[in-house]
Write a protein that binds this ligand. Sequence first.
Ligand SMILES: Nc1ncnc2c1ncn2[C@@H]1O[C@H](COP(=O)(O)OP(=O)(O)OP(=O)(O)O)[C@@H](O)[C@H]1O
Length: 612
Amino acid sequence: MSNEEFVIKGAGLQKTFKDFWGRPKVKAIQNIDITVPKGSIFGLLGPNGAGKSTLLKIILGHLYPTAGRIQVLGKDPRDVKIKQKMGYLPERSYLYKNLTATETLHYFGEILGLDKKQIKSRTEQLLEMVGLKNAIHRQVGQFSHGMTRRMGLAQALLNDPELLILDEPTAGLDPVGCREVKDLILTLGQRGKTILLTSHLLADVEDVADDLLMLFGGSVQASGKAKSLLQDQDKTRLEFPNVSKATLQKTLASLKTELPSTSINITSPNQSLEDYFLNLVRTSTAKGESTSGASAGSGVADYLKDDSDQSSESLVAGDRIQESGATKELNPQISQSNTEQKNSEPNNSKLNIQNSKLDTPGAADVPSAPTSVSTAGSTEFHSAPNSDLNLKESNPQISQNNTEPENSANSDLKPVPSNTTDESNPGTADVPSATTSVSTAGSTEFHSAPNSDLNSKESNPQISQNNTEKDTSANCQLPTDNSDLKPVLSNSTDESNPGTADVPSAPTSVSTAGSTEFHSEPNSNSENSDLKTVPSDLKPVLSNSTQTKFPDNCQLTTENFNQQADQNPTLPEDTPEAKALGSLPPVPKLGLSEHEQISIKMKKIKKHIHRT
Ligand SMILES: Nc1ncnc2c1ncn2[C@@H]1O[C@H](COP(=O)(O)OP(=O)(O)OP(=O)(O)O)[C@@H](O)[C@H]1O
């Protein structure tokens, strides 16, 4: 690898912290080699105390290694010149609490030597990008943890860095923020930025990282391409929409000729909690519900976009959220792996074929490679190694990244649900022990165990305990109605519970602590005939728009009256309100004492004085 091809290169790095007397105390990192290729997203992982921060500090030039050599952007990390090309989000952002969001970025912009025009324009773009445009004039000290994190991210991007170092970038962010930051990382990666990140949230790293380095006890435990490290070499997966029972049985029969039935699994893919939650938030946002916290960020700031790549405008974060969300909705079991997202091309493909070994040179010669064939947005199928899905040999056009047009590859692998399994597994594999999983999108999940009878639930302990079990004959009976598997998004209107409250017809406004408002519609179906409408101005507790009904025997209490008096200190006699009041029991009948009446008058006087 030439010098231009990597951004960070370290060899034999070691850091020993010493005690007061200069005696070695802690070996924080030992003999670490690290190479971060240019334009890659590099994940640094390890448990607490593994040495991640120490390594980051060495890369940033904040610490000197006890031994070893390191170059960052072709220079010694302590060279001040390279700092201009680096952005850093520390684990904890130290920001001036009394400065507003805008002032903070202006302050750092000046330190970075940006001109005033640049500072102004980048500040606006960044605050919008990280979802803080509603808080630009609020002091950073008042921000929630997640908002502070977003602020730190904006600050790290202010100088449009070539190398971005992010220490726990998603820590403390809500799921929307996490997805946005991940999308932002992916987008920046696509635009040629090199990103080094650490996180304890492994799923987040998995979603974005190309390369991984895992530390434990200060030493490297594993390193390499995320794809090759994480791929399960012993399974193949093919995903497809629901097919008829007969087709599935045919497919299974075919599979059983070469695999023990206990190793075949059919399940309904679950939607991830992240997707479910994001859908929920999207629904609420679409309804126009408001929040005083951070909002969804916008696309990547214009100045962060690579000029040479303006055509990929649709990949800005805002769009990506829709895009990736949609992808996951369609294909819930496919994790949003970094490579899939990073390499996502216009998705006009119907047939997606992945094979980790096929991705590596010489893989075509390894017939046992586990193969994953997926049809766009729907079906996933896993077959065993040594099955006849060694597609690269038979079809060199198949891409490494699941974006080939449907008709470009193996026509017998077209995602025709009824035939896919049969045709992709013509029964020639010789390794029957491999596990196969067949899952149909959004509907059915099936697990079979080796040599057991698929028709018997008892004899097939691996049959999953979900909807498949509803068809007690476990011979792949597919439920026709999968409604119980559909995500049921909660609806604030429903949740405000028409018909069950004591005041059923009232349009209710509920606000959650400091953030969101839900509004429900009035329930026009109220059948409580014993209720009578009371003028809205007599319902001080409820909102003015509320058409609340009280029982006939409802007494106008002293308290109600006092509140009413407070609200209407001078009530003209000929107003509708006064007429309505006239139909109610007169004040003396309520048993107001002289003292109470004086009190009412005093309140009116006080109010009048207060107003004037
Ligand atoms: N300044 C220091 N003086 C002495 N020991 C230190 C110092 N900084 C770190 N260490 C020690 O070095 C080891 C690695 O620490 P480091 O902070 O790099 O771990 P980490 O992987 O970043 O952990 P975490 O995930 O908890 O942030 C730990 O045992 C830690 O106590």
